[in-house]
Design a protein around this ligand. Structure first.
Ligand code: NAD
Length: 326
């Protein structure tokens, strides 16, 4: 069943990420054509996406109508048929530049010249991928996170010649899926992976130095600063803590690690200018001082709600289940 009032999108590479992206685009109201190495694989992946949606709906993770919508709106096609007439095309083939370049060339040849093309690459520079795209001004990174059906954030990564006018169009496409996008420059690691790996790097140093075990580090991250992260990013947290406090902590960290924890210039400049975060009404983010009580109340409510949710969920089944000796 197709409905000519629905937008037509294509997802090329219908594996783990592409499959999840196709599901959310279909649930957002689009007809989605999926393609893969060949039509049989795409058709098999379509069946898998429908079965998965049935399970998600049975588990209360997708709306009850999702499996029927996905079955009606996702069709399997060849790459050429999938992209022909599509207004938005997402590439999600393996993270190998030769495969991505070949696929982007095929997409470029068969798609309308003004169709917007996104790549789900995690690590390859968008400018490098753009070399294989004709009309590269309609190309950008549209980086969904794993698992795509459930993680709400998407990085949008224009390269140097991406047409500014396509960004709001892609923002709308992402917003229609219920997800939130943020814009990032085309720099190695983008934002998500650069930050995620910075944290992982420091965590591995702590293990190697014998400061704490992986288990204890995970506990500390989950239950302390990581507990804030669904609500606040690092800049909101720093503003609330006080930027002068951050400057003192940096000085302390520098006694052992002078280079690794050198005080960032932008922090120093704000402190010197008397912008100390929410308590002074200005910091990295401009939270007016008169909204501080509202912010504190929101923060407290959020943390209590998250604690309740985590207690309801119980611990992640990472460790072997407790066994009972009879
Ligand atoms: N898995 C993750 O956690 C994750 C998270 C974010 C981004 N990504 C990125 O998403 C992209 C896809 O990753 P994935 O985990 O879904 O991989 P995957 O292996 O599950 O899926 C890739 C799909 O592309 C198909 N494919 C291979 N060659 C092809 C070709 N020439 N033409 C058409 N289809 C082809 C494969 O058959 C497969 O179905 C990669 O760029 C990856 O870096 C992955």
């Amino acid at each position: 069943m197709t409905d000519n009032t629905r937008p037509v999108y294509a997802v090329i590479g219908s594996g783990y990420m592409g499959g999840g992206i196709a599901q959310v685009l279909a649930m957002s109201g689009a007809d989605v054509r999926i393609a893969d190495v060949d039509l049989d694989i795409a058709a098999g992946n379509r069946d898998r996406l429908i079965r998965e949606a049935e399970q998600f709906a049975a588990d209360g993770l997708f709306p009850a109508e999702a499996p029927a919508l996905i079955a009606a709106r996702i069709t399997a096609a060849t790459i050429e048929d999938a992209v022909s007439g599509a207004t938005f095309i997402e590439e999600a083939v393996p993270e190998k530049i030769e495969i991505k370049h070949d696929t982007l060339r095929r997409i470029s040849r068969a798609a309308a010249p003004d169709a917007i093309i996104g790549s789900n690459t995690s690590t390859i520079l968008i400018g490098k991928l753009a070399e294989a795209v004709s009309n590269p001004e309609r190309f950008l990174g549209v980086h969904f996170s794993n698992p795509a059906p459930f993680i709400p954030g998407v990085e949008l990564i224009p390269h140097t010649t991406t047409d500014e006018a396509i960004i709001p169009v892609v923002e709308q496409i992402v917003a229609a899926t219920g997800k939130e996008s943020a814009r990032v420059k085309d720099a190695t690691g983008f934002v998500l992976n650069r930050l995620q790996y910075a944290l992982f790097h420091e965590a591995t140093q702590l293990v190697e130095e014998g400061v704490a075990t992986p288990e204890d580090i995970d506990t500390i991250v989950r239950t302390t600063f990581g507990f804030r992260l669904p609500v606040f990013g690092p800049f909101a947290i720093a503003d609330m803590a006080g930027l002068d406090v951050y400057a003192f902590c940096y000085a302390s960290l520098q006694t052992e690690f002078p280079e690794r924890f050198a005080t960032p210039k932008i922090l120093d400049d704000l402190v010197t200018a008397g912008k100390l975060g929410t308590k002074s009404g200005a910091g990295f983010l401009d939270v007016p001082a008169d909204r501080t009580p509202e912010l504190v109340a929101y923060r407290n409510k959020a943390y209590v709600a998250i604690k309740k949710l985590m207690d309801e969920l119980g611990p992640a089944p990472i460790h072997a289940a407790a066994t009972h000796n009879s």
